[in-house]
Write a protein that binds this ligand. Structure first.
Ligand SMILES: *Cc1c(COP(=O)(O)O)cnc(C)c1O
Length: 402
């Protein structure tokens, strides 16, 4: 990982980019399907998808074509005027999601979280007056890097160097109904949950936990917010990850895969929430621009196709079986399999980063989630053969662990 600086691109990155990310010493030049190629022509099987962004893989012809066509027509006009693509994408999202009535488009996940927190406070103030401003978030949570989003993010490392962050946040135990009941009070305006935790280690929320959160919100007049920025849009084999629980939130945040790699975020909300937000209450310059939202509609249509989702479920089942076999052959090294669908975690007995490095040596890109969890986020278009390829590489890479 310590970069031996060889090419001009690496030199520029090294000299001028703020080194908040530690990167391996090659430069990626292009992608095709589930594969990336570096400037030396080396091929990598990509189980990161740009962190759950590239659901349709690389070089999707429809995505490229819509970008080219829309770019020649109109890229940006601001939200002072109507544009066609934003309305179409909003309609497609709402048609898929009966609990919601309106959409606000942002530019990133963190910005969707910020908006969701603002809307929750606004709703509480409208309905209950001042003082109902607290938010309950959970251990292991990750919601982004801005001041409000880090305030609801559990890991101290992301939050403490930047104190004071947004006040009014209380943490409860994930999947721990008793601790949620203790944290809940009249001064709480929202409970914020990732149905599957991403960065925090791939834990999956129990249906009973989501139901308990819903009940508590109803009892206390608080809003339930699900953050599906990473787990949403087909990754678990249903369009939204929470669908299978039967529990509907009042607000849903979406981002990563929504626009095929272009930056976007979205906040979906119920009519009751939308009723409390008025002209001028919130805004964004770039959010919902026609280029990004035109691509968003392609992605929503494609992922929303029942045949696409059934492909995801099939390949995810195959991945699950393969991971169980892998775990059975490495009982001392693999401690636990986590996650659902094509969002999987492997908790290892040792350093997940060491396994990630070894996998990279063999041409497989994976992410970590904390110290001891490997995170698998392949493009949703992978086939069984690319599961076999990844498992064969992991089989060897796990050898770095004692
Ligand atoms: C990535 C992520 C965010 C933040 O999104 P950005 O686009 O990086 O700001 C928020 N919540 C979850 C669950 C995420 O995975």
């Amino acid at each position: 990982m310590t970069a031996e600086i060889t090419t001009e691109e690496l030199q520029n990155d090294h000299d001028y980019i703020l080194p908040v990310y530690v990167k391996p010493d090659f430069v990626i030049e292009r992608g095709e399907g589930a594969y990336l190629f570096d400037t030396k022509g080396r091929r990598y099987l990509d189980y990161t998808s740009g962190i759950a962004v590239n659901a349709l893989g690389y070089g999707d012809p429809e995505v490229s074509q819509v970008i080219a066509e829309q770019a020649t027509k109109l890229i940006h006009i601001s939200n002072l005027y109507h544009n066609g693509p934003a309305g179409t994408l909003a309609r497609l999202l709402i048609e898929r999601s009966p609990a919601f009535a309106k959409v606000f488009f942002s530019n990133s996940g963190a910005e969707a979280i910020e908006g969701a927190l603002k809307f929750a406070r606004r709703y509480a103030r409208d309905h209950f007056g001042e003082g109902k401003t607290n938010i309950i978030a959970f251990d292991g949570s990750f919601h982004g890097r801005t001041m409000g989003a880090v305030a609801v993010t559990a890991r101290e490392k992301y939050r403490d160097p930047f104190m004071p962050v947004m006040p009014g946040v209380r943490f409860a135990g994930y999947n721990d109904i008793a601790s949620l009941e203790v944290a809940m009070a009249d001064d709480v305006c929202a409970i914020l949950i990732e149905p599957i935790q991403g960065e925090g280690g791939l834990r999956t929320a129990d249906t009973a936990f989501l139901k308990a959160a819903r009940d508590l919100c109803d009892r206390y007049g608080a809003l339930l917010i699900f953050d599906e920025i990473q787990c949403g849009m087909g990754r678990t084999g249903s369009f939204w990850a929470h669908e299978t629980s039967g529990v509907a939130p009042d607000i849903l945040t979406v981002a990563k895969p929504l626009a095929g790699g272009l930056p976007i975020g979205a906040i979906l909300m119920s009519q009751a929430v939308a009723d409390t937000i008025h002209a001028g209450d919130h805004g964004t310059t770039f959010g919902g621009n026609p280029l990004v939202t035109a691509v968003g509609s392609v992605v929503v249509r494609r992922i929303g196709d029942p045949a696409f989702l059934s492909h995801v479920r099939e390949v995810a089942d195959y991945l699950d079986e393969s991971l169980q076999d892998l775990a059975a052959t490495h009982p001392g090294r693999i401690l636990e399999l986590r996650g659902r669908g094509l969002m999987r975690g492997i908790r290892v007995n040792g350093s997940a980063a060491a396994v990630r490095e070894a996998a990279l040596e063999h041409g497989l890109l994976v992410v970590t989630a904390g110290e001891d969890v490997l995170r698998l986020l392949p493009p949703l278009i992978i086939e069984q053969q690319q599961v076999d390829e990844a498992i064969a590489i992991l089989q060897r890479a796990l050898g770095v662990l004692a």
